[in-house]
Design a protein around this ligand. Structure first.
Ligand code: PMP
Length: 379
């Protein structure tokens, strides 16, 4: 099997699973219980949290565990909207967000909030002037993805923060860092809030976090005993948290050199695929090397993905997380409907090897030619 869908999810790494198993077997107590089993679990919980916070250079009261990025995005947007609605009802988002952000925005619109979309340039970079104009005195929140999930566009969070805060120092800046963390360096001090999912960095599914700067107030989505965290009640899922801490530690180790190795693989694929007449590379100078989006002019993306799957090569349509058959990100970037409905995503990891890329390219050629020949016969 050649797995090239690492931006959809990753396998749980061996060490992470070991940590998960050990925490499950040896720490059965509820970390909220006051007896010795609970205390033992609480000690482990505190040490996992401490490790995550040290790795991310944040304070322990700034980390809220969630089930993953979708929940974190909900907590960030709805939580801020509810907490600050008396200050204003305007929220600014980019045109390169994950569908979960747009769905939350649609809901907030039904609750009387106004959503404003900030433009990007043709390379995907947020239009700084437009952002300046769109942050108003009643803008309570700006949410801009650190790395876009479909085309991999990376935004300069520090610069965006400076622009936002200069226009309105009270506007909260949230970023969905799900596709950035573990791939490129992220400084959480560039934002006020950040969302992520552990399963994108070789951690288990069902755990993630919301980072929330201590100055930001939130109304919780999940009310309960509040024993562990009053912003997200419930028994802490200790094995998942321990596994997340291990996954983050591994993900951040040697991040720059891992990125260099992924870039070499991406360059090889791009050099090869750019020779095909019917293939367009949907990348710009801001695309990170881990996400390579291409459009196939003659073949339906689903047909191609299933053809590759016959050879145990796993890719993604742009719509793995979206509901329609049009890539909103490709559309926002290139404003070309054909290109946006025919795109597929090849996503790489630092564990991807040169041999896998060679095999992928060779099978790609065979399948592409086969399907193109079929198409010409049909016509
Ligand atoms: N944000 C981004 C940028 C993503 O890529 C994803 C996953 N595709 C999510 C949010 C949602 O993550 P999850 O499904 O783990 O909640």
């Amino acid at each position: 099997m050649i797995y090239l869908d690492y931006s959809a999810t990753t396998p749980v790494s061996y060490d992470v699973l070991e940590s998960y198993n050990k925490a499950t077997k040896d720490y059965m107590g509820n970390a909220n219980s006051i007896h010795s089993l609970g205390v033992k679990s609480k000690v482990l919980l505190n040490s996992a949290t401490k490790q995550i916070c040290e790795l991310l250079s944040i304070n322990e009261d700034e980390l809220i565990y969630t089930s993953g990025a979708t929940e974190s995005n909900n907590m960030a947007l709805k939580g801020v909207a509810l907490a600050y609605q008396n200050r204003g009802k305007n929220i600014v988002v980019s045109k390169l967000e994950h569908p979960s952000i747009y769905k939350i925005c649609e809901f907030l619109e039904t609750q009387g909030f106004e959503i404003t979309y900030v433009d990007n340039d043709s390379d995907g970079l947020i239009d700084f002037e437009d952002l300046r104009n769109k942050v108003r005195s009643d803008t309570i929140l700006v949410s801009i993805c650190a790395v876009n999930s479909e085309v991999g566009i990376r935004q300069p969070l520090k610069t965006l923060r400076q622009i936002i805060k200069k226009e309105n120092v009270d506007t909260i800046f949230h970023s969905d860092i799900t596709q950035a963390i573990g791939k490129v360096p992220v400084n959480l001090h560039d934002v006020d809030m950040a969302s992520m999912s552990g399963h994108k960095i070789f951690g288990p599914k069902g755990i993630g976090f919301l980072y929330k700067n201590s100055k930001v107030r939130l109304i919780p989505l999940i009310h309960g005993s509040g024993k562990f965290n009053d912003l997200r009640s419930g028994t802490p899922p200790l094995p998942l948290i321990v596994a997340l801490s291990k996954a983050i530690r591994i993900a951040l180790k040697d991040i720059e050199s891992k990125e260099v190795s992924v870039k070499k693989l991406n360059d090889r694929i791009c050099d090869n695929l750019s020779k095909y007449e019917g293939i367009i590379l949907n990348k710009t100078k801001y695309s990170i090397p881990h996400i390579l989006n291409i459009s196939l002019s003659n073949i339906r993306p689903e047909t191609f993905i299933h053809a590759m799957e016959e050879e145990e090569i796993y890719l993604s349509t742009n719509t793995a997380c979206a509901s329609g058959d049009l890539s909103t990100s490709v559309m926002a970037l290139f404003n070309d409907k054909d290109r946006a409905t025919s795109s597929i995503r090849i996503s790489l990891s630092y564990v991807t090897t040169n041999e896998e890329v060679s095999k992928f390219l060779s099978i790609f050629k065979t399948k592409y030619e086969e399907l193109n020949n079929l198409k010409s016969k049909e016509n």
